[in-house]
Design a protein around this ligand. Structure first.
Ligand code: ADP
Ligand code: MG
Length: 253
């Protein structure tokens, strides 16, 4: 792959996306996507609206079925018939632009329900993990609140705590700050930066270029369903090779 960071082979990848294509009817929105995610990588996916970024994350999270190609998790094809999607999603969690919290449940219950249902944890265990991660994102004082009582930034921090409470190996973020008022973007990016520093493996679709440049280990630029260019942040932001990458990044100057 273009710009692949040297010294690592696909066999070591946690997630390996191979020749992935996805069509909706006649519209091919992902075309032969290939990339690897290694332990501790923060992979940011950038690109214009409609370029296929969400579809890519949704395929990795099994919310869409690819038309062809493979997604390997530790070398195992996650689209195999034997794969339990809920179990896989507990290892590869997702944080959505629109939070997707359970609005009838309070903050604490939002962070416990998946642990109890999917991981079969006891209430006590689930409670302890929920408390741990709500504390980590600074939302412990709101544990009895309902989502509608929270600001967007607070809701997204709860969504991150809920995802973390499942102890995932990889977290996917689909434009986690795009639905937020500008003054709340920073509190969510701060939580994500802290996770990255601790070595959490993450794939982040974002338009926050400063975050992508500072926090990523690899940047993937998508254009019209293909990976146009990928590499380290220094390569992509400092010395992009492809004219389309240059044009895209120029919009953020
Ligand atoms: P991005 O996240 O980069 O904005 P998306 O993955 O959401 O891009 O969308 C890529 C393309 O796929 C767009 O043209 C979009 O309209 C189309 N698309 C996404 N989801 C569906 C769907 N469920 N049915 C039909 N077309 C879709
Ligand atoms: Mg999207």
């Amino acid at each position: 792959m273009d710009g692949q960071i040297s010294g690592r082979t696909a066999a070591d990848a946690i997630i390996s996306v191979r020749h992935l294509s996805k069509s909706f009817g006649k519209h091919e929105v992902l075309k032969d996507i290939d990339f690897n995610v290694f332990k501790g990588d923060v992979t940011t996916v950038i690109g214009a609206s409609g370029s296929g970024k969400s579809t890519l994350l949704r395929c990795i999270n099994l919310l869409e079925t690819p038309s062809s190609g493979q997604i390997l998790y530790h070398g195992q094809d996650v689209m195999g018939r034997h794969v339990d999607a809920a179990g896989y999603r507990s290892h590869v969690g997702m944080v959505f632009q629109s939070f997707n919290l359970f609005y009838n449940k309070n903050v604490l219950d939002n962070c416990m329900v998946g642990q109890i249902r999917v991981l079969k944890r006891s209430k006590q265990q689930a409670y302890e993990e929920a408390i741990k991660y709500l504390g980590k994102v600074g939302m412990l004082p709101y544990m009895k609140a309902k989502p509608r009582q929270l600001s967007g930034g607070q809701k997204q921090r709860v969504a991150i705590a809920r995802a973390l409470a499942m102890n995932p190996e990889v977290l996917l973020f689909d434009e986690p700050t795009s639905a937020l008022d500008p003054e709340m973007v920073g509190e969510v990016l701060d939580v994500m930066s802290a996770l990255a520093k601790e070595g959490m493996t993450m794939i982040v679709v974002t338009h926050e270029m400063a975050f992508a440049r500072q926090v990523s280990t690899q940047v993937v630029y998508m254009n019209d369903g293909v990976i146009c260019e990928s590499g380290t942040p220094d390569q992509i932001f400092g010395n992009p090779q492809n004219d389309k990458t240059k044009d895209f990044l120029a919009r953020f100057l």
